[in-house]
Write a protein that binds this ligand. Structure first.
Ligand SMILES: Cc1cc2nc3c(=O)[nH]c(=O)nc-3n(C[C@H](O)[C@H](O)[C@H](O)COP(=O)(O)OP(=O)(O)OC[C@H]3O[C@@H](n4cnc5c(N)ncnc54)[C@H](O)[C@@H]3O)c2cc1C
Length: 277
């Protein structure tokens, strides 16, 4: 029987600086059978271990581009993530997963799509955006809103520019403040971007990822008031977790385990979770 706690080894094959303390790492599994068998859905996450340091859950930030290779976009925030940021191409990490449910894709076909990504919240959205753009004719108008702390925290900057050039795709960005950097775009919270868009909430799906306070404001003060259905508002919840497979109970919230029932939830599911959500 397969040991679900045993990580598979993967090598770092690329590192891209995305901004301050933020990097996108490309990994490839070392074992060719593992490489061949690996597949995942946007919205799922992996457990990444740095040997001798620890293990952390991280969302897949790439769409399934090449068999066995994948990307994770990671803030250096604590022990494990800072150790990873010190690693180089060729270094080896441990990987378990993919885990979690992932975003609905087929269900959103034929609809207009609104993405609201605050900060690192763009990481889980990126593979979904790419897949929808690759299957452009299956979806209506696509609007992408991204908010960052300051211009140097804008994530996937080049891709956001490219996505904005695709027919029927609109991209709007804002920053909370400018710290002496060059920026001639919007300044203010992500919610100010709602003044710039037109969307029919009755035939749309909204994907909202970012800090919890942002999710609450965007959903409760904007999307619901605009007329979005609760089940057409999709978000991801983060929670300290350990095993990733519903055994340890660390990510248990009310009747749900974030690792196996989520991390993707509709607002209808989210709103019945205990008050911390
Ligand atoms: C499903 C899921 C997907 C995630 N995807 C990403 C991603 O794509 N990119 C990314 O950079 N991070 C992501 N995270 C968060 C990431 O797991 C944490 O930043 C990481 O565990 C920190 O570990 P560390 O050892 O570096 O820091 P630690 O030393 O453990 O912690 C440093 C600080 O961060 C806080 N912290 C740690 N984990 C969390 C958490 N899960 N939620 C809130 N605060 C936390 C700690 O309380 C502490 O204050 C995700 C988390 C979950 C649950």
């Amino acid at each position: 029987m397969e040991n679900i706690y045993l990580p598979k080894t993967a090598k770092i094959i690329g590192i891209k600086d995305e901004g301050l303390d933020l990097k996108t790492f490309t990994f490839s599994f070392i074992n060719s059978e593992v490489k061949e068998a690996f597949s995942y859905k946007p919205g799922q996450f992996l457990e990444l271990s740095i040997f001798g340091v620890g293990e952390v859950p991280i969302s897949l930030s790439s769409s399934q581009i090449e068999k066995g290779s994948f990307q994770l976009t990671i803030y250096a925030i604590g022990e494990v993530t800072r150790s990873l940021h010190k690693m180089k191409v060729g270094d080896v990490v441990g990987i378990r997963g993919p885990f979690g449910n992932g975003f609905p894709f087929d269900e959103a076909k034929g609809k207009d799509i609104l993405f609201v990504g605050g900060g690192i919240g763009m990481a889980p959205l990126r593979p979904l955006i790419k897949d929808m753009i690759d299957n452009r004719s299956d979806f209506g108008h696509i609007i992408i809103l991204h908010g960052a702390r300051t211009p140097r925290y804008i994530i996937f900057r080049d891709e956001l520019k490219e996505w904005g050039k695709v027919e029927g795709v609109e991209v709007h960005m804002t920053v909370n403040r400018v710290d002496g950097e060059k920026w001639d775009g919007e300044i203010g919270l992500i919610t100010r971007l709602f003044d710039k868009i037109e969307i029919n909430p009755r035939n749309s799906v909204a994907f909202v990822c970012g800090p919890l306070f942002m999710i609450h404001i965007v959903v409760e003060d904007y999307l619901l008031k605009m007329g979005f259905q609760e089940e057409a508002i999709i978000s991801t919840l983060e929670r300290h977790m350990k095993c990733g497979v519903g055994h340890c109970g660390h990510c248990n919230v009310g009747p749900k385990y974030i690792c196996i029932d989520g991390p993707v939830f509709t607002y209808r599911e989210m709103k019945i979770l205990p008050k911390e959500f």
